[in-house]
Write a protein that binds this ligand. Sequence first.
Ligand code: 13P
Length: 264
Amino acid sequence: MSVSTIVPWVIGNWKMNPATADVQKWAQQFNQCLQLAPIAQQQCNIAVAPTYLSLISLKENFTGYNRTVHVVAQDVSRFPGTGAYTGDISAQLLQDAHVSYVLVGHSERRELLGDDTQILCAKIKHALDAGLTVVYCVGESLAQRENGEAEAVVLQQVKDIVPVVSADQWEDRIIIAYEPIWAIGTGKTASADDAQAMHAKIREGLKQITAASDRVAILYGGSVKPENAADFAACPDINGALVGGASLSATSFYKIAASFAGKK
Ligand code: 13P
């Protein structure tokens, strides 16, 4: 199997946006786009990570679509099961609510919300134990890139989770999202060549970790827009996109998914 046979993933990360009424409007508009020009399941996996407030209602909206659109939790508790952890939602509760995907390690959570390696590993372990698939985010800061450390930082972030991911889980329970921090929400993107180079390094790094390295989806994130999506989609080791700002518009997000779908 070569990497070109990986079905791409396009995932919208809505972060701390938008209000409930907008969610309904978004769902209607996205459905209209899919009705007008369907994107086949085998061309592209599509998913959206809304806030916890709209996770379940959005999931219900998606059941009326002509294809599967997954919902993704933006975070998960570092504690398993149930218990006295005010404000937290565990992997088991997500699984009970039929939410099968979760983002872990986003740079905003690493930088602003205290998620260090130990916490990330706990989150990933509990998510995998509960049967969830983890979208694990990695990426270097501008200073690290300028100091020539980008590759080492990113490869270390991948290695950090090795103790909690079993050999067989790398293939279909872990999706990696490479998001250079300096490209997030800034309008600056890595060039497709630079992103491809980092993705190839990540895949090379994965070879030391799993026999399934050619089957691990590696997404790019950082100012992906309809205008640049096709450039990323054309790169052999870029298997999709994690989209922030542009995913808040249903039509923009649809166009990005359509670009990746056209890749196959
Ligand atoms: P932007 O697409 O807004 O740069 O955000 C990327 C991101 O952080 C997705 O998780």
